[in-house]
Design a protein. Structure first.
Ligand code: NAD
Length: 322
């Protein structure tokens, strides 16, 4: 029997598909430092991970039985993909399943920050009953998103899902992607195809200079330099709002803190951090930062789609490789 370890869990629908297909699935978490021993003792043929478990070169060398690595999600930066492929181990992911959920989280941060919810949710429990009027005054200058320009850096699946919501809310969209010249964005109204709008990408500098809000949707490989640093913040409009739901390393966290402190950046929505699961405390404490703990794909809908897509791919792989 083929044995599968879903070390960061798997949605019930996906697990059911795998067990129905005759696989034995374990969701008992093996800690990172015991991964090699655990995989070997459990005689696992495949490991499924989200972003928490790291599948390193050492793990790949230490577990000769492993034939398949499945990433429940998009980013593969926690897997040594090149090394796995060089050893003939198949690596799969579920790139399409979570785009809508990540895009909606971007707007949760944007709408929240534009009306200071990140700050009022922190202060109201302590001060709401005694300083109600002061807080009301503090948050008097909220902003509407309608009519503003959203800069989307990285115009792939998630970037385009973000564009659809932005256009639907009445925002203007600027997109930058060195590999994509233009994309047709379909706006669905009440489940029907309503409108197709073609967005041509612009130069990076033009996006930075002309956006009221900027959101990042690019890939990142561990150890590579951040895409957004002080020189980029200096090109942005004063008072810009930024969202990073891509990867922590895409933005220089220290330069972001500096830009927040000078007021160049008015607020930042951060879902992903350079040093997960131990984010920079200064970023967590900053009053102008709206925070979430890497939950872009963490919706019931996305997790079900991810689980099912992954299960289908696992079943298809072992149909030809067992
Ligand atoms: P995608 O591959 O569809 O799109 C990424 C786009 O970035 C591509 O079109 C590519 O051409 C573009 N790109 C590459 N380098 C660039 C650069 N230097 N500047 C601008 N654009 C560049 O990927 P996706 O599904 O849209 O996912 C985007 C990122 O979101 C992934 O890297 C993933 O790590 C992250 N993600 C985060 C969460 C979360 O929970 N927060 C969930 C899913 C995905």
């Amino acid at each position: 029997m083929i044995r599968i370890l879903a070390n960061d869990g798997i949605d019930a629908a996906g697990k059911q598909m795998l067990t129905d297909a005759g696989f034995e699935v374990s969701t008992t978490k093996i800690p990172q430092e015991k991964l090699i021993t655990g995989l070997n003792e459990g005689m696992f043929d495949a490991i499924l991970v989200r972003s928490a478990t790291k599948v390193t070169k050492q793990a790949l060398d230490g577990c000769p039985r492993l034939k398949l690595i499945g990433r429940a999600g998009v980013g593969m930066d926690n897997i040594d993909v090149n090394y796995a492929v060089s050893k003939g181990i198949k690596v799969i992911n579920t790139p399409d399943a979570s785009s809508q959920s990540v895009a909606e989280l971007v707007f949760a941060h944007l709408y929240g920050m534009a009306r200071f919810l990140h700050d009022s949710n922190r202060l109201m429990p302590q001060q709401g009953a005694v300083k109600f009027d002061e807080l009301k005054k503090k948050y008097a200058n909220g902003r509407e998103l309608k009519g503003k320009t959203l800069g989307i850096v990285g115009f792939g699946r998630i970037g385009q899902a973000v564009a659809a919501i932005a256009l639907g809310t009445g925002m203007k969209v600027l997109a930058y992607d060195p590999f994509i010249a233009s994309a047709d964005i379909f706006l669905q109204i009440d489940g029907h195809l309503g409108l197709s709008i073609t967005i041509k990408t612009v130069e990076f500098k033009a996006l930075l200079q002309n956006s009221d809000f900027i959101t990042l949707h690019v890939p990142h490989s561990e150890g590579s330099m951040p895409l957004i640093t002080a020189k980029d913040f200096n090109l942005m409009k004063t008072g810009v709002g930024i969202v990073n739901a891509a990867r922590g390393g895409v933005i220089s966290e220290q330069d972001l803190l500096d830009a927040l402190n000078t007021g160049r950046v008015a607020f930042a929505g951060i879902d992903v951090f350079a040093n997960e699961p131990h984010p920079l405390q200064a970023l967590l404490n900053h009053p102008a930062v709206s925070l979430s703990p890497h939950i872009g794909a963490s919706t019931i809908e996305a997790q079900e789609r991810i689980g099912v897509e992954l299960a289908k791919k696992v079943i298809a792989f072992f149909a030809h490789n067992s």
